[in-house]
Design a protein around this ligand. Sequence first.
Ligand code: BG6
Length: 490
Amino acid sequence: MAGAGEGHARPGGSGGARPDDHVVVLFGATGDLAQRKLLPGLFHLAASGLLPERYRIVGAAPAAVALSDADFSDHARATFAAHVITKPTDPAWAGFEASLSFAAADPEDTSALLATLAAAERAVGGTPRRLFHLAVPPPAFPSVVAMLGAAGLAEGARVIVEKPFGTDLASARALNAAIHEVFDESQVFRIDHFLGKESVDNILALRFANGLFEPIWNREHVAYVQVDVPETLGLEGRAAFYEGTGAFRDMVATHLLQVLGFVAMEPPVTLTAKSLRDETAKVFEAMAPVELHDVVRGQYVGYLDEPGVAPGSTTETFVALRVMVDNWRWHGVPFFLRTGKCLAESRQVVTIGFRQPTLRMFDLGTRQSWSDAGNELVIDFQDPGSISARFLAKEPGPAMRLGTAAMTFAYDSSFATANDLEGYERLILDAMLGDQSLFTRADGIERIWEVAAPLLESPPPVEPYARGSWGPAAIRRIPAPHGWHLPERP
Ligand code: BG6
């Protein structure tokens, strides 16, 4: 098989190689994700000179919604105008536009796809690599994969599969089995765009490139960990997807737990895909099954009136929970996860709370204790990202009084961020390079569904919360006796 697979070194380590010549086939090319992230991302890669020297992009969709080549170009142009900083006026646009074509693709009739793909490959010349990106609704994954197999297109190709990968353990296993009938694991790139975020990748540098943090990154010193991703966004017209998915499957079983994997893993031997994914898989292996009394599900008031939402729907638009990683490093340290739609702020934050030393020698002033001030390391991983260490310092003056202080590293004021890639862009590039490091592996995903089973089988009732709030009042009990780091105190 041509997939470079798990032994491949990460581009960061190999100095940013340029991918081989490619034909990228984007299934679901007229859909929401292609419009918001994938087409703009491919264009940004082209404008940054990071795509292969010669490439073609084939949009694909079922015949019922297929476009002509010209309409696909117009669609892409409109998409870029709305969704990217790099606009279609960029000098790279003409070359990019010339690379686009469109094909109808249905399991019963792949003739148009085969002809368009062959034409794209002739235009590139030689034997370009094939990359199939499945940006289709999850129920369609197996049929598109089977279609690729039946059409003889899988040999030597790579395939990017979107999230959520299954809806529970049984469906994830069935999907893995369906994919493995056609593709070898080394060809499969299960994408989770949070792992492509610069600041999430930086968790590895922060932990393992410094002597400062790793010695205290354990149960001896850490009291709790939080991964908090509130969103002000609502449904954004995605009711059809969201109704069958909900906040847990959309965000926790995917993004939040993958971030947790990076925060909690043991030092990998190398940064190859195998080492990294072995370590995150061990974290998920050590996770205890979710306890129902450690979960709060919420639904914002007004959700039931959204177009496309079923009457009386019990889909959660919010979830907060506590999980435990029961290994030597983390035994007894709670991990608090929270995410939801229509909340007060859009933030993406990991907080490491450190144990408090005795403070009896200090004057607490009017405070009963400092338990609400906390020593915390706060990793804000929303682009461009920052890291702050919060600690107690002496307030100026004759008395030994404490005040809260912070030291902050901000990406945008510390490095040139002009060439930054968005999560999706970085990962599409990695897939072209055959580097699976930041893609999830079958065993890791299956274990996450296994751990989530109690919640999926008997979900607690949804509790209402007001739009613009931080979720149902009941969530305060999840991190008790600690509090949520967000909203940040002034
Ligand atoms: C997607 C979810 O995967 O991630 C969305 O389906 C969510 O519901 C989005 O809004 C958040 O990602 P980001 O990083 O683009 O804000």
